[in-house]
Design a protein around this ligand. Sequence first.
Ligand code: ADP
Ligand code: MG
Length: 273
Amino acid sequence: MLDITGLSHRYEDGHQAVDGVELHVDRGELVSIVGPSGCGKSTLLRCVAGLQRPSAGRISVAGRAVDGVPDDLAVVFQDYTRSLFPWLTVRDNVALPLRRRGLARAERRARALDALAQVGLDATAGKYPWQLSGGMQQRVAIARALAYRPALLLMDEPFGSVDAQTREDLEDLLLAVRGGAGHQGGAGHRGGAGHRRGAGHQGGAGTTILLVTHDIDESVYVADRVVVLTGAPGRVHSDLPVDLPAPRDQIGTRALPAFVRLRTEVGRAVRRP
Ligand code: ADP
Ligand code: MG
């Protein structure tokens, strides 16, 4: 699904942000990316999203070289304050990109409401983004990405602004989305964020997800693999498979010795890059 070879990027001011990143992600995989602050994680995602042309290296998505924003891609940025249109309602913000899917208006609205329900925000559909808290705005941005049902979903520290319990719900939602229909048995959802089945993208199999996160426990809990980047300039330090049983569970999984071992290993790799 995603092939990155020899990716390097140097900004105009001469700052080398990433240097020689190699990363290959299979369709349906959820890969967490962690690394010290400033090591080039956001730069890497922007290059994959086609928003920034790397100085060197090759990136291809679904076998096609990235040259502009790939078609079947959605991105959730860290900075929610810049990601929603203030003059559109929450529902219309979520529905807007669905025009690119060629869906009729009624279908766009239905999908938007469905995605808002997935993040527990269906009651805010008629409000404007500026009437919501920061954490809620970020959930709207997440709903917008989910409604699009992209083949590849890029997320840059997407849960930084939400409270701890919502964060756990969103992690479980990611697990459900990643697996496509029926993968994650009954990942428990609180607070009415009842997640629907069948959120998989239009190709059928589960969505491929690249998640940048600061949170080492989270990086292990949600992922099939954790990729640790070195300190600046970033390159791949280690690539650890996460062999934890499914369905994962916020309490049970985090208590497993294998989980504790992995988070310790990731923590060490991040601190001693
Ligand atoms: P991370 O997301 O891992 O914290 P970034 O990819 O945001 O790291 O940034 C990597 C490095 O590149 C940082 O030192 C940052 O200051 C620098 N950087 C980011 N964007 C630019 C830019 N537009 N011009 C110059 N340097 C930049
Ligand atoms: Mg960043």
